[in-house]
Write a protein that binds this ligand. Structure first.
Ligand code: C5P
Length: 405
């Protein structure tokens, strides 16, 4: 089957002991119908000759910025533009560090910087090098930018130890490429607004009312929507997370600021996923000076913040509205009430007191409740996996709306 017919894959080979496995990757991709070009670092050529890749791909292999230019008109730009996807395999720790920081000191890293094609990276190295915080941080930087990381396998390494760091088998790497091209961009042309993080309500210039929301669930929802091809606006309260790449990012502090930023966009969006933990109250009188600790007790008078989602529910035209209900008791009943009260299409309920759920953890346990009373319960999953589920259900609603059901 020619699953990759007319697809342009640029393979960037850096110098690791696993370099030889990429010969088979290139060969398999060719057999699947792809047009394959290879760039190598100088170190990679110590393991495999460029000629080998040249024979397999039937294309000139580029290594040096200024020497291999005979076939190319500005080599790095030609290569960067050629790619529908770029596979970097094996990716050394050195490469990850350079890519994370935008260093372009050879043809390969310059090409990476010049391309707008998605990157798929397959790291391979000694376990200690892989687990070194520097490497882990670089991987995080790349993942946050939307780079797909193929996790290395665990097993016998060339350096004699056993651990994590092995390059996955060629067929698994090729499978990732096939999956990439098969991935559905089912939200292309749709505009999705996601809110995340906790709002911050100032008391005086120093103190505020806040909450424990990390923003993780909402950032994952934004990332998933982007991956499905949507145009994404992420409006975020407080969160320490790096915003996903290629989304319109708006930072806000208070519930009122969040409300205004959402209303600015609301009429033009197809859906809103309201993950943010919006403070229900704010102080009635903001003190312009720091409040002194002279009195034994003080009373802060609080007034109710606008319920943004309820307002969106009232203003709703064709937008699909998704709410969240984070509770510590009676989760499902409260969630059902909010679904109706706020005129939502579905609501994601979670018991934030359950282990492996709620704030500041990578996992969550949710139920999705629909208008017709149906409910789906999900087991404990990572927030990234749950974001996929939520986006999938949202896509069904958008499809139904567009087909006039
Ligand atoms: O009513 P409750 O705060 O539990 O509802 C939670 C849902 O409503 C969440 O989706 C949250 O983002 C949203 N919300 C809001 N404005 C508020 C409070 C909550 O939009 N003031």
């Amino acid at each position: 089957m020619n699953e990759l017919e007319n697809k342009n894959v640029l393979i960037c080979v850096t110098g690791g002991i696993a370099t030889f496995k990429i010969v088979e990757v290139a060969s398999r991709l060719k057999k699947l119908g792809a047009n394959v070009r290879v760039v190598m670092t100088k170190a990679a050529t110590e393991f495999v000759s460029p000629r080998t890749f040249q024979e397999i791909t039937r294309n000139t292999v580029a290594v040096e910025m200024f020497k291999d230019a005979a076939d190319f008109n500005v080599a790095h730009i030609t290569l960067a533009n050629f790619a529908d996807v770029v596979l970097i395999a094996p990716a050394t720790a050195n490469f990850l560090a350079k890519a994370a920081h935008g260093i372009a000191d050879d043809l390969l890293t310059t090409t990476i910087l010049a391309t707008v094609a998605p990157l798929i990276v397959a790291p391979s190295m000694n376990t200690n090098m892989f687990e070194n915080p520097a490497t882990q941080e670089n991987l995080k930087i790349l993942a946050n930018r939307g780079v797909k990381i193929i996790e290395p396998a665990t097993g016998e390494l060339a350096c004699g130890i056993s651990g994590k760091g092995r390059l996955p088998e060629p067929e698994d790497i090729c499978e990732e490429i096939v999956k990439f091209f098969a991935a559905k961009k089912d939200l292309r042309g749709k505009k999705i607004l996601v809110t995340a993080g906790g709002t911050v309500e100032p008391i005086d210039p120093v103190r505020y009312i806040g909450n424990r929301s990390s923003g993780r669930m909402g950032y994952e929802v934004a990332r998933a929507a982007r991956n499905h091809g949507a145009e994404v606006i992420l409006i975020s309260g407080r969160s320490d997370l790096e915003p996903p790449a290629n989304v319109k990012f708006v930072r806000v502090e208070t519930a009122e600021q969040m409300r205004l930023s959402i209303l600015d966009e609301y009429s033009a969006v197809d859906a809103v996923v309201m993950t943010a933990a919006v403070s229900d109250y704010r102080v009635k009188h903001f003190s312009t000076q720091k409040i002194k600790k002279s009195a034994q007790s003080i009373i802060l008078e609080l007034v109710k913040n606008p319920d943004i989602l309820k307002e969106l529910g009232n203003l709703k035209k064709s937008q699909i509205l998704v709410g969240f209900a984070a509770e510590t008791e009676n989760v499902i009943n409260y969630a059902r009430g909010k679904l109706v009260e706020k005129n939502l299409d579905f609501i994601v309920a979670n018991d934030v007191s359950a282990e492996g759920a709620g704030f500041s953890v990578d996992t969550n346990i949710i139920s999705i409740i629909y208008r017709d009373g149906k409910m789906e319960n999900f087991p404990k999953m990572t927030k990234a996996e749950l974001a996929e589920k939520i986006i999938h259900r949202l896509t069904n609603f958008l499809d139904a709306r567009f087909s006039g059901q």
